[in-house]
Design a binder for this molecule. Structure first.
Ligand code: NDP
Length: 510
């Protein structure tokens, strides 16, 4: 059972294997903390390797022998809609769980994260209805055979997500996997597993999925996650997280040639063109850089500004940041919450020190907010660096915190070169009043998503994913569904001329 209270008095959550909530087989647990207070809020079972084995076996059996891969897309769509409806009924509760667990301001979870996650689930259901059969483009030509593509589910999918956008990511991983008939072993981050647990509890209560179709293991990524990825009975690994771990996962998946999709880091540019509307840019840039304290892979962490606009824009950004509210993520008025953990705060503070040593200037922020309310949470002030040069580490490495590096440029060609001069290629935004010009710049940016006069806005029908070391494969839309299928060509002979003919003789004239 999930939600039982442990001896500590905290809610306790177990593993979910083959349709049953169960403790780790050695009884091991770990604690989950509220990043705004550093207080413990829950305990969870910490899976052993034999728990992972059982979870993978259950998913394997549900795929190889169960009805799930053979249910019709329409049936699967109905089930996904029912899951989305049941989760929607818990919208506010889920928003609270996510905000408490990951320090995400509740305005974001209530009005964006849960809604977007549900839209994605519903989108997957609808797209899956038409998915398995695809005619070939020239099928209508006179032909001796009928050829088409059938999309098969891949099999057992290991899905690993980070802490920063957990509900949405769980939805955009489970949605396409289930819509296309796969089975799943899921591992959320130990830092923020609670919204994923709520999703699993909701699905369990609905009792619509056959046992073993979805399984949940919990515990440290370096142990539980790694063991799951290397498991020979896993067919596909879908991972979101750091580029460093992504590299490792690719190597671990190699011996069995597992299908892999990776959504990794970013050092995303926000490119301000000389004719940009600064009223739009000020709020847009702060939203791009500091939404969820910059802990989003697509966050705009580099601001490229023409020299002529630099001082005015920086002045206006600083003034606007002064008006932002840092504080309790559970307060609807809060703009900036805490970082996820002490380790993440140390990392961000390390980069702020690096930026100073490299000679960049902190024009606002750079420290921890002062006051009783911040005493125990992992807060860092929104920080803006000016005087940043493209070769500096704060302009090249993913910080994953509320730190914006402002780089001044002379001409557009130079700005595009700087934007593209990165190991990453996840996202970017272009800001201009001239849409034609903005579009021509957008086409030259090497990144998986480019917004014009916006940032962060995800569309459940549009692909999301990276170029270069931001990963490969796409999530969401039909592109996301494709990543969960094997493509099978089916050839149906229409001539029946084989009898008595060998080799290509069937093609000779009668
Ligand atoms: P990680 O990449 O370490 O973790 C992401 C997920 O992978 C978690 O579920 C984690 O489990 C799991 N994991 C960790 N190591 C392994 C492994 N060897 N094999 C399989 N799974 C593993 O990200 P962190 O949370 O540690 O954050 C570190 C840095 O990564 C951040 O500072 C940021 O720069 C970047 N990051 C980028 C994200 C993005 O979306 N691009 C998202 C999150 C982080 P567990 O947490 O339980 O250990």
């Amino acid at each position: 059972m999930t939600h039982e209270h442990s001896p500590t008095g905290l809610p306790h959550y177990d593993l979910y294997i083959d349709g049953v909530w169960q403790p780790a087989d050695n009884g091991q647990t770990f604690t989950v903390y509220d990043p705004a207070t550093s207080q413990p809020i829950a305990t969870c079972a910490s899976a052993t390797h034999s728990d992972v084995d059982r979870a993978v076996r259950a998913a394997r059996a549900a795929f190889d022998h169960g009805p799930w891969p053979h249910t019709s897309p329409a049936q699967r769509a109905e089930i996904l809609h029912a899951i989305a409806d049941a989760l929607e009924a818990r919208n506010f509760e889920l928003a609270e769980i996510e905000s408490r667990d990951a320090g995400v301001p509740i305005r974001k979870t209530t009005y964006n994260d849960i809604t977007l996650g549900l839209e994605i689930l519903r989108g997957c259901a609808e797209m899956a209805r038409k998915h398995p059969y695809e005619p070939l483009p020239w099928n209508d030509l006179p032909s001796v055979s009928w050829n088409f593509v059938w999309r098969d589910p891949i099999g057992v999918c290991a899905q690993i997500i980070p802490w920063n956008y957990a509900f949405c990511m769980a939805a955009w991983k489970l949605g396409p996997a289930l819509a296309t008939g796969n089975t799943v072993v899921f591992k959320p981050s130990s830092l923020a597993p609670l919204s994923t647990l709520a999703i699993f509890q909701t699905i369990h209560d609905l009792n619509l999925l056959p046992k073993g179709v979805i399984n949940l293991v919990l515990g440290p990524g370096g142990d539980v996650g790694e063991y799951l990825v290397t498991h020979p009975a896993v067919d596909k690994v879908a991972f979101t997280g750091s580029t460093e771990v992504g590299r490792k996962i690719m190597a671990l998946a190699a011996p069995h040639i597992k299908r892999v999709t990776l959504e990794l880091g970013g050092k995303n540019a926000m490119l301000i063109l000389p004719d940009a509307d600064l009223d739009l840019v000020v709020d847009g840039v702060l939203w791009g850089a500091f939404y969820h304290s910059g802990q989003l892979c697509e966050a705009g962490s580099r601001l490229l500004v023409p020299h002529a606009l630099h001082d005015t824009l920086v002045e206006r950004l600083v003034e606007r940041v002064r008006g932002m509210r840092i504080g309790d993520p559970m307060d609807l008025e809060t703009d900036i919450g805490p970082l996820i953990s002490e380790r993440q705060r140390e990392k961000v503070e390390y980069y702020i020190a690096v930026g100073r040593e490299e000679g960049a200037t902190v024009v606002i922020g750079g420290g921890r907010p002062i006051g009783e309310a911040f005493a125990n949470g992992y807060y860092v002030e929104p920080t803006i660096f000016t005087g940043v040069r493209p070769e500096m580490r704060i302009a090249r490495e993913e910080i994953f915190g509320p730190v914006l590096s402002v780089i001044a440029y002379d001409e557009i060609g130079e700005a595009i070169r700087i934007a593209n001069d990165s190991i990453y290629g996840l996202a970017a935004s272009v800001w201009s009043r001239d849409l034609q010009h903005a579009l021509s710049v957008a086409r030259r940016i090497r990144a998986g998503t480019v917004w014009i006069n916006e940032h962060h806005v995800l569309n459940p029908q549009a692909p999301f994913g990276g170029y270069r070391q931001s990963g490969f494969g796409r999530e969401m839309g039909r592109y996301g569904l494709d990543e969960y299928t094997e493509v099978k060509h089916i050839h149906v002979d229409l001539m029946q001329r084989r009898q008595g003919r060998l080799w290509w003789d069937t093609l000779l004239p009668e």
